[in-house]
Design a protein around this ligand. Sequence first.
Ligand code: ADP
Length: 578
Amino acid sequence: MQAVNRKWYIAYRWVTLVVASLFLVLGIIAWTVPELLPIASFKDVSYFSGGLAILTIVYAIFGYDRVAAKRSHLESMLILAMVQATLTLSLVQTTGKMQSIFLIWWGIMSFMAPIFGIYGSGGTAFVSVIYFILMSTNTEGHTDYTVQNLAILGSVLIATGIGHLFWKRFFVDSETEKVALLSGELKANQKQSEILVQALTDGVLLVSPDGTITLMNPAAARMTGWEVSEGTGADSRLVVSFKKEDGSDLEKEENPLEHIINKGVGETATLQLVHRSSSWLIVSVVTSPLVNPKTQENIGGVIVIRDISATHQSDKQRAEFISTASHEMRTPVAAIEGYLQLALNEKVSKIDPKARDYLTKALESTHHLGQLFQDLLTSAKAEDGRLVSHPEVVEMGEYIENLSESFKFSAEKKGLLTNFVFGKSSTDAEHVIRPLYYVNVDPDRLREVVTNLFDNAVKYTPSGKITLGLTGNNDVIQIFVKDTGPGIAAEDIPHLFQKFYRVDNSATRTIGGTGLGLFICKKIIELYNGRIWAESEVGKGSTFYINLPRLTNQQADTLRLQGSQQAPAPISSLTTPV
Ligand code: ADP
């Protein structure tokens, strides 16, 4: 249906209200003090018309908005117009019919009716013609079209026609009105978002694909030391200066700004944000790419910076406390362990079998406690970057083979079979000339990791086989430890490398552990820009993989000569298993 702009409906509503109120007042005078009325026919205003006037007033005041909210202004207006039209016709009918003065109001109404589009014009014209025919028909059923009646009908129809032409100018189709409404809402939402971004205590920046800042909130200005007006339009790499958490310089390929600008890749990182005045904050940075949903084209990114200096400081203090405490406690625990061993040594002391049994249990628990302190110390050091590492060139084939020899014993003690695999399967080893897999790692640290994985495999596998394997490609070497144990549920796998995470199920509950082993493994492997992860299926066993960047023979030679202790740069292919 065609419709005019909403403001006209609102105007129509108030005009109708005022006129219906006037009619009511007229009715009241007619019923109470008719002699005051200047026109005689006004005295005939009926109670029915009065009732309709009240209905019109009540609807215009109380009903209109409710119907408009539930349905639409157009429909609510239509109801009001129909009540009002009935009121007008009843007034015309009781106050002289075709001579009634209220025909003037009917004419005005006919002019207004096209406000509802063609239905309004057509409906009014139809009612006018019917009323005219009825009024021109006498009681015997003969029609008598008087000139006056024809003139009135003609005027009313002309008023409708003119009204139609007049209102047509203001017609808006409902889609346009919806769009207008929607854009109003969008503007309001935009305003709200702006208020929100301005009020955030996190720094928020929007960057275009070329790295220019298009939006910067006051918090970002405060953190960077750049005014919002200065920063907006400037290159984000100039305004937002990051360093590594420990204050060392960030390589270009490590900078989250470069990733979001050049590759459209978002990430989360903990970094140092350098203020314009050279002071700095420890911040958590989250970058997210912005993509045009239609074209899938990169249209920039959002950078959210949170000041975590305070929590970072308390984390550091906590880690320091844990490392000092565990370091201090290791000494007395080692002494207890030593004395217990002495007590159990038949050559040194004599004890009865019951006491021996108790002391053996005490020794086991003390050993566990010592291990826990050792793990706590290592993990605290790993967290604040104090883990000592002396990387050197290590040839993995020989290294893993030696390790596997020493592992055999612990596995066989539990009745488990062991297997050392070179290449994808054991048969490969026989047919392929073994390449030299050089990596730059601290052999002691890597031994900790592989031993941990192997010990876990032994610990969690009641029976079956444990395979220690080595494989690789041009970029990566891969070590894997595979067991035939209970396996790990898919929901536990993402948490395995978190601190203190232990899988709680009937197969593992009775087995002692701290939940720190894998956390430490991850920290060590990350030290060498490697990657560690697990794949497993419940009931079928687990495989833990380590990928490390492979050195070419030439790189290995150069490093050996230099005695370099630097870990090689990260290699993207580390994320894909070989
Ligand atoms: P823990 O000291 O508990 O062994 P880890 O960090 O080494 O701590 O391992 C974390 C958890 O991962 C273990 O509690 C265990 O539930 C699970 N897990 C590790 N290795 C295996 C494995 N080979 N098979 C089954 N579950 C394992």
